[in-house]
Design a protein around this ligand. Structure first.
Ligand code: NAD
Ligand code: TDX
Length: 337
């Protein structure tokens, strides 16, 4: 099968490209990525020369380029991951989130409609459901109630994708996953940021009281879920993915300090994120039941492996947190007290 995979040079995309090449030897992957600050061709450097992977640098908003790829590569399925993905950046500069996440998704849906595909997998997030109180879980029937410009842009793209399924019978499958961690994650997100700061003896900035809850899943478990949803998902349906690993942010930060052998005095409580969602927690029973999927990684063990990966790959993350990232870091954390 010829698959157009968008955002393949990002965190989840690069892990997914590797998984697909290993697990589906007859597939060819066309990886379309703009290489924004978050995309890094180095994430897939080991695939150079692999005839089953073609990297194309380009923007999902470029309809002509997309049409050309569908035509020349005979695309049969789309796995759409490209997005602006960081909540804090969406609070600082929302516009690019609308452009890429909403308009870019519509451009891809339109091309898929024109050329025809067997499946269009739209990769979304649990953040579209908004924030939970102290109890309860998100199911696929939980109403959408996004809080940030990021989650609102993802919810908008979900609705567009489902509308193309309903109106045009495009075989769209939507997935919504909880917070991912693992190798190749850009160190602006909680876990890699805390690891990178801890190993350099820099302060670990905890928003608010540190008691917000996220439900963590290893990126490889998410990638396996995406493959299952592509192959076995029913068009027009939504599938949640999560690994039943709810943790308070502060407990993760303390665990990172233990794993890196650094003192808790590095913890710095800073001004809270605007509109900060309190709790996310996923009910993934539908994916288990209908896709035959289940997570394999245990959080504490896999977090320890992740810390070791960042320690071993320091050159990778030190290179990407230079330049543009330093400006963002000063803007995001410089004035927080
Ligand atoms: P990421 O920021 O690491 O990677 C995004 C990739 O998309 C980058 O390689 C970037 O260069 C590319 N990109 C951005 N704008 C583009 C454009 N206009 N055209 C082409 N490429 C573009 O993100 P991620 O964490 O790997 O997330 C991937 C997808 O999974 C996103 O859709 C995100 O909403 C979703 N998701 C992420 C998580 C998570 O915890 N990280 C959880 C659930 C869902
Ligand atoms: O410096 C920080 N300090 C801090 O306390 C950062 C970066 C985060 N936090 C908190 C905010 C959140 O409660 O940690 C939690 C996790 O933050 P992020 O890593 O920014 O993730 P989150 O906002 O939960 O969104 C993530 O999960 C869903 C991804 O970034 C999204 O792309 C995905 O859709």
């Amino acid at each position: 099968m010829n698959v157009l995979l968008t955002g393949g040079c990002g965190f989840i995309g690069s892990n997914l490209v590797r998984l697909l090449l290993a697990e589906r030897p007859e597939w060819r992957i066309v990886n379309l990525d703009k290489l924004t600050y978050a995309g890094n061709a180095e994430n897939l450097a080991d695939l150079a020369g692999n005839p089953r992977h073609r990297f194309v640098r380009g923007d999902i908003c470029n309809g002509e380029l997309i049409a050309d790829l569908f035509r020349t590569e005979k695309i049969e399925a789309v796995m759409h991951l490209a997005a602006e993905s960081h909540v804090d950046r969406s609070i600082l500069s929302p516009s690019v989130f609308i452009e890429t996440n909403v308009r870019g998704t519509q451009v891809l849906l339109e091309a898929a409609r024109e050329f025809g595909v067997q499946r269009f997998l739209h990769v979304s997030t649990d953040e579209v459901y908004g924030s939970l109180g102290p109890t309860g879980l998100f199911t696929e029937l939980t109403p959408l109630d996004p809080s940030s410009p990021y989650s609102a842009s993802k919810a908008s793209s979900d609705l567009l994708a489902l509308a193309y399924a309903h109106t045009f019978k495009l075989p769209v499958v939507v997935t919504r996953c909880s917070n991912n961690y693992g190798p190749w994650q850009f160190p602006e997100k909680l876990i890699p940021l805390m690891i990178a700061n801890a190993v350099r003896d820099l302060p670990l900035p905890v928003y608010g009281d540190g008691l917000n809850v996220r439900d963590w899943i290893h990126v490889e478990d998410h990638a396996r879920g995406l493959l299952a949803a592509l192959e076995r998902g029913v068009p027009g349906q939504v599938y949640n993915f999560g690994a039943a690993s709810e943790r308070h942010n502060i407990d993760i930060v303390k665990l990172v300090l233990t794993l890196t052998g650094k003192p808790e005095s590095l913890i710095k409580y800073v001004t809270d994120r605007l509109g900060h969602d309190r709790r996310y927690a996923i009910d993934a029973a539908k994916a288990t039941r209908e896709l035959g999927w289940a997570p394999r990684h245990q959080f504490e063990r896999a977090l320890a492996e992740t810390v070791r990966w960042y320690q071993a790959n320091r050159a990778w993350w030190e290179r990407i947190i230079s330049g543009e990232y330093l400006k963002y870091y000063a803007q995001q954390y410089g004035t927080k007290s």
